[in-house]
Design a protein around this ligand. Structure first.
Ligand SMILES: [Zn+2]
Length: 447
């Protein structure tokens, strides 16, 4: 066993069992023990006392659109992973679309990995893409190390990534289930979107009416059926409609292998407060009403919703025209997800232990990254050091995203990320990232 090199000590170490005073010992980039506080550090180890700053597991953000290569004016691996490091995120998983090429063949995966490798400030994994016409690429992508497969049930917004019909969905789910892979889905039913009024223009209420809850509810019901019928692993991306929670809860109770994520913007922003023309708030599915948000929080509290991840999906500022029908949809929040979520979680009586479970432990489990996502012996020494009682006002100029447009501009948030650690090394200090030392992650083969 290696010698302990580093001991991080805090009165608030956030472990899966709760938050307590402890010392975390690190050797060779891994946590070797969670020890009493204060205790004597082993001889030769560097000891750092964080005082009352909380030590959380580094966030595992499984929903990030890096867009690199191909749409690098929107984002890129260097800028996205710098933002991640500054915001306490130590692992991100890149979505397969908006880059050119998309991650839909092994050759395309290799192109993306080659771009990401020298640029990554945090660890990076990849989702593959499931299209109507790449069924025979799925097994090779799985063998090449993607963590699962993303599909759309409605138009994705980019032509190189077409959506699946219900017949396509059945075929894709069956193929992925044949190797017990994971299917992650953008769940909106296009028939409902086509029937909804499409006024366009600057009014948020018109945009909200164009993406009705029923589109999500019906798509999710169909996904639950597929998961049940095939005993397949299916994950619902960016849940917005809380009306779907009872169907999901019943499926989980019946043993259907379905998991769910939602995003900080659905939990912290409401339709009522989006100014007309403010398309930095546009995303699909959309931010809904305050009462819906309350129900999403209930879904988190009772365990129906598993994960909270960013769905960071940036674009250049010129694409955020003040018309909700024409603007690119996507909210940039990679660097802000932890404080945004913590601000509202705390107000609603949740703990840092809850936040760590939603943002690190559960997403790591979803992506099969057993060595990530929690402060316990054997996991990677990936940490976010958070001053949970400090506040700051979001200034887009302080963001490392390539295009610092964000729906959170001007908001005062609780929780300042003091530093971020990857495998026992500090990768960002007071919002300033260091050198890129991230690694590329591949699906872990079961023993
Ligand atoms: Zn997305």
């Amino acid at each position: 066993m290696s010698e302990v090199e580093l001991v991080l000590r805090s009165t608030r170490v956030v472990t899966p069992e709760g938050t307590r005073a402890a010392s975390v010992a690190v050797a060779d980039g891994r946590i070797t023990a969670v020890l009493p506080y204060p205790g004597e550090p082993p001889a030769g180890a560097v000891a750092l006392d964080l005082g009352d700053d909380a030590l959380l597991p580094g966030l595992v953000d499984t929903h990030v659109h890096v867009n690199d290569p191909g749409r690098t004016a929107w984002e890129g691996f260097a800028t996205a992973t710098r933002a991640a490091a500054a915001g306490g995120v130590t692992t991100l998983v890149d979505m397969p679309l908006n880059s050119v090429p998309p991650t839909t063949t092994v050759a395309n995966l290799r192109i993306k990995q080659d771009v990401a490798r020298p640029a990554a400030h945090v660890d990076v994994g990849f989702w593959g893409g499931a299209l109507p016409a790449n069924l025979t690429d799925l097994r090779p992508l799985h063998d090449a190390g993607v963590l699962g497969f993303k599909a759309f049930l409605s138009p994705s917004g980019v032509e190189e990534f077409p959506h699946l019909s219900r017949a396509d969905l059945a075929a894709v789910a069956e193929e992925i289930a044949s190797f017990d892979g994971l299917l992650i889905v953008h769940a909106e039913d296009p028939a409902h979107l086509e029937r909804a009024p499409q006024h366009g223009g600057p009014r948020y209420a018109d945009f909200l009416a164009s993406r009705p809850r029923a589109a999500e509810n019906d798509a999710i019901a169909a996904l639950v059926d597929v998961a049940r019928r095939l005993d397949a692993r299916v994950h619902i991306l960016h849940l917005s409609s809380a009306d779907a929670l009872p169907v999901i809860a019943a499926a989980k109770a019946a043993g259907v292998r379905i998991t769910v994520e939602t995003c900080p913007h659905f939990l912290t922003l409401t339709a009522e407060e989006v100014p007309d023309g403010a398309t930095e708030f546009k995303c699909c599915p959309p931010i809904r009403e305050a009462a819906n948000q309350d129900a999403l929080w209930q879904g988190l509290a009772d365990g129906t919703i598993d994960c909270v991840v960013s769905d960071h999906s940036p674009c250049t500022t010129d694409l955020k025209v003040p018309d909700f029908a024409k603007a690119w949809g996507g909210i940039s929040s990679l660097q802000l997800g932890l404080p945004a979520l913590w601000t509202e979680a705390r107000r609603r009586g949740h703990s840092l232990t809850d936040v760590a479970r939603w943002t690190a432990t559960a997403p790591a489990a979803l992506a099969g990254l057993a060595h990530k996502g929690a402060i316990e012996a054997g996991r990677d020494a990936d940490f976010a050091v958070l001053a949970p009682d400090d506040t700051f006002t979001v200034d887009p100029a302080g963001l490392h995203h390539r295009n610092p447009t964000t729906a959170y501009a001007g908001r005062t948030l609780s929780g300042v990320v003091r530093s971020t650690w990857l495998r026992g090394h500090r990768i960002a200090d007071h919002g300033t990232p260091g050198e890129p030392t991230g690694r590329l992650l591949e699906r872990q083969r079961s023993a």
